[in-house]
Design a protein. Structure first.
Ligand SMILES: *Cc1c(COP(=O)(O)O)cnc(C)c1O
Length: 396
């Protein structure tokens, strides 16, 4: 049986592929250091685990739930957004989904018609473009310069705009770059979107993970008009170490949320009930563990950033959020006699047992993505191995 054109055209997730490859080598007994994963290395906080156990034992996690999530979790999201964004919504403005990834998927399915254009600043998170294509939309990629912290400007947006432009995707703090848009930058972008009636998709998943005094400004908070023009995408995966539970959400215009809910009702039915109960505790319970994890990421960043920045040929600025480094390694490649990052990354894994993700899947083929969501010893040992690998290749 031939598979669909849709499936044939799809680019599978490079990050999941890279970590699967590293894990396969580990399972075969190789001493692999994997800096590929996009998830916290902490386990889910105890209070959240307890809430899940209680939901199972009481029997309430046994059943289907409303497809947008139970009332309590939608209210927990409303209260969370009230506390952290100081914005008021009602439960009908919220859909809870199987991870933020699926919230994005539902949004594109709910809003895009064939050939509608979606502006995606580059570097981008791996799934945006592919999900837009699955909804028959057209991703319009805008290259953002490393010198400008990989941030898109209104001038660039205006150049890319056509009468088919329907959405703009923003991700601040960014995966993979760790950069954060300032309030002034966001205000300009927000006003531009309002002026041209372009919906802003604000992927705020790393909003709680910012470091060294940086602040996260959600674009939706900048004016009433911008709020109306924005769909907030967020979830519990990254800030609460809950990637495996699969709970995300979208908040915004009732008509759009309702269309997303219709599609959810005919596809997944509902996000897993037990995970919803766990996520309620995450969003409304004590928040100290979030801060403890944030501080741990910050301490690692401060310790390992200078080490990676000093690697021969690595060009990178210090990130302000998320948990990735995204160096341009073009010079390193030249030193080592390579022209393609993928070959270099493959050989690094084969010869030095360090796994990184190539930048190509993020639209930036001169870069590699390094996750520091792993312990310091692993990170330091990885730096040593990468250095030795570059030196070995440079002598030839
Ligand atoms: C991890 C991630 C998501 C998706 O998270 P879920 O686990 O699906 O909730 C969305 N956007 C970005 C930028 C991410 O890094």
């Amino acid at each position: 049986m031939e598979i669909s054109n849709r499936a044939q055209k799809l680019e599978p997730s490079v990050t999941l592929a890279a970590s699967a490859k590293a894990n396969a080598l580990k399972a075969a007994g190789k001493d692999v250091l994997s800096l590929t994963v996009g998830e916290p290395d902490f386990t889910t906080p105890k209070n959240i685990q307890q809430a899940a156990i209680q939901a199972i034992e009481s029997g309430k996690a046994s059943y289907y739930t409303p497809s947008a999530g139970i009332k309590e979790i939608r209210e927990a999201v409303v209260n969370y957004i009230e506390s952290y964004y100081h914005l008021s919504y009602e439960a009908k403005n919220v859909i809870v989904t199987d991870g933020a990834k699926f919230a994005l998927y539902l949004l594109f399915q709910a809003i895009l018609n064939p050939n509608d254009e979606v502006i995606i600043p580059v570097p981008y998170w791996v799934s945006y473009g592919e999900q837009v294509k699955l909804a028959e939309g057209v991703p319009i990629f805008i290259s953002c310069a490393q010198e400008k912290e990989f941030k898109v400007t209104v001038e660039q947006l205006e150049k890319a705009r056509t009468d088919k432009t329907k959405l703009l995707i923003l991700n601040s703090p960014s995966n993979p770059t760790g950069m954060i848009y300032s309030e002034t930058e966001l205000r300009k972008i927000g006003e531009w979107a309002v002026l041209h009636d372009i919906l802003i998709v604000s992927d705020d998943i790393y909003g709680r993970l910012v470091y060294n005094g940086a602040t996260f400004t959600p674009i939706a908070t900048l004016s009433k008009a911008i709020q109306k023009q924005t769909i907030i995408i967020n979830g519990v995966s990254k800030s609460y170490a809950m990637t495996g539970w699969r709970i995300g959400y979208a908040v915004g215009d009732e008509t759009i949320i309702s269309a997303m809910n219709d599609i959810a009702s005919q596809s997944t039915s509902n996000p897993t009930a037990v995970s919803q109960y766990a996520a309620i505790e995450a969003l409304s319970g004590e928040q100290e563990t979030v801060e403890i994890m944030r501080q741990a990421f910050e301490a690692r960043l401060n310790e390992i950033y200078p080490l990676f920045a000093a690697l021969p040929g690595f060009k990178l600025e210090k990130p302000h959020g998320a948990f990735y480094l995204f160096p341009n390694i073009k010079e390193t490649l030249t030193m080592c006699g390579y022209t393609d990052v993928t070959n270099w990354v493959d050989d690094l894994l084969a010869e030095a047992q360090v796994a990184l993700v190539t930048g190509a899947g993020f639209g930036a083929p001169e870069h590699v993505r390094i996750s520091y969501a792993t312990d310091l010893d692993t990170l330091k040992e990885a730096v040593k191995r990468i250095k030795a690998f570059i030196e070995k290749k440079s002598i030839k």
